[in-house]
Ligand binder design. Structure first.
Ligand SMILES: Cc1cc2nc3c(=O)[nH]c(=O)nc-3n(C[C@H](O)[C@H](O)[C@H](O)COP(=O)(O)O)c2cc1C
Length: 411
């Protein structure tokens, strides 16, 4: 609340809405810097944390046919340096560090302190790549080469998101909520049938990941698209689907624009590098259909005293509130912007036409983007979950959650 004196002896009060989410996270780190860092604040004490589970998520983010050479030199490992002791959260901010194994080759190019005569050790990028933050960032931050911009804009940052997301998943897992993803399209090659939850779960346990599709035949067609991109010096995009299973009804709210969970999830997904669109449920199909074909009819099972739905085209969200069905989101990834056959650009120093710079790069990253989207979805769902159920300790959160489930049962 802020008071303003109106000169007439009366105070008028305006309410300033500033409610930071109970659960919040930040990342720091550059693509070729020393390390990436994630902090996560607001998890209750007592959430079990397994380093192996966090590393498994990091591994999943690094997989997929079409990833660049870097994935071969780096095998990510999370070091939790704060907030977790004896395999449990302690209610304090959590600090996670992921070292960049390539740092030794960049320690002079990206030195923290300027050393005299080291200018020639820098690796400037003066031919900005279309589709990257290179040019817009260089203009905005007033750098005459785009090195610092690309270092931070790079999707390497998503490793830190995935590590934080793994802890959000650990919280959600305590309440039977599981968030996974699969690939539904690479370029023009699509999965032409719905995927069952069990198939998506089985996919997440695989020891090898090709393109993250539940259907072998569709995956083979997706691989052909990536092979063509390899052959022609081009890149491919696609569509991933995230499914959150076991979500209770009642997360998020219709009451205020910024409480609507559909909007919050959409922001989280589109914040992922190269994601240019998001769909909740079957939005595109719905827009081309009549209302009678799109809404999920409501039914009631008297014996079990529960509501059921005719389908889940809404993707588990109505009015910005979870409705108890699986939350289903799709992210649309543009093709990777760095091309081996570079596009036209301009040299920042000479202003002459020049081909865009090439940095070692992925050709296709759709399965990895799906894993990042799982993390972002888990973080947003965990935020909404803690807003609703609160709790400084897991025991307290659980008590509140179970009380609410009782209430729902007897609705
Ligand atoms: C998992 C993942 C990996 C990516 N790898 C690359 C890459 O190797 N090369 C590249 O040019 N872009 C890559 N991108 C996309 C760029 O980071 C992104 O297009 C760029 O930062 C510009 O941001 P914008 O596309 O969101 O506008 C990747 C994106 C994701 C999600």
């Amino acid at each position: 609340m802020a008071g303003t004196h109106d000169g007439g002896g009366l105070f008028q009060f305006v309410t300033i809405r500033f409610l930071p989410p109970m659960l919040r996270f930040e990342t720091a780190g550059e693509s070729h810097g020393e390390c990436l860092i994630a902090t996560l604040t607001g998890l209750p004490a007592g959430v079990p944390v397994s380093l192996e589970a966090v590393d498994r998520e990091l591994w999943r983010r690094q997989q997929g046919y079409g990833r660049g050479g870097r994935m071969k030199i780096e095998s990510d490992h999370a070091e939790i340096v704060a907030g977790v002791r004896h395999s449990h959260t302690i209610g304090a901010p959590i600090g996670i560090l992921i070292r960049n194994r390539d740092w030794k080759n960049w320690s002079e190019a990206l030195a923290v302190e300027e050393a005299g005569g080291a200018e020639d050790k820098r690796k400037p990028l003066t031919r900005p790549r279309p589709g990257h933050a290179d040019l817009a960032g260089a203009i905005k931050y007033d750098f005459h080469d785009a090195r610092y911009i690309l270092e931070r804009a790079s999707a390497r940052e998503t490793a830190a998101r995935v590590a934080a997301g793994a802890l959000a998943k650990a919280l959600l897992g305590e309440f039977g909520i599981v968030v996974l993803s699969h690939v539904v399209a690479v370029g023009s090659a699509r999965l032409e049938r719905p995927a069952e939850w069990d198939e998506i779960a089985a996919l997440s346990r695989r020891g090898e990941i090709l393109l993250g599709c539940v259907d072998a035949e569709a995956e083979a067609r997706m691989k052909e698209v990536v092979d063509e991109a390899y052959r022609t010096g081009d890149t491919a995009g696609g569509v991933f689907e995230v499914v959150a299973h076991g979500v209770p009804p009642g997360l998020g709210s219709h009451a205020a624009w910024d409480g609507r969970l559909d909007g919050r999830l959409a922001q989280a997904i589109v914040s992922i590098q190269a994601v240019k669109g998001v769909e909740i449920g079957f939005a595109a199909e719905g827009a081309a259909s009549f209302g009678s074909k799109v809404q999920d009819t409501i039914h009631y099972q008297r014996e079990e005293r529960r509501f059921t739905r005719g389908a889940n085209r809404a993707g588990g969200l109505e009015g910005g509130i979870t409705n108890g069905q699986d939350v289903v989101l799709r992210g649309f990834l543009k093709p990777i912007s760095t091309l081996r056959r570079p596009l036209e650009s301009v040299d920042l120093a000479t202003r002459e036409p020049a081909l865009a710079a090439y940095e070692r790069s992925d050709v296709c990253a759709v399965p990895a983007a799906g894993v990042v989207a799982e993390a972002m979805t888990a973080l947003v769902l965990a935020q909404a979950f803690l807003e609703k159920f609160g709790g400084d300790s897991l025991r307290e959160t659980r008590r509140n959650f179970l009380g609410y489930l009782e209430q729902v049962k007897s609705f």
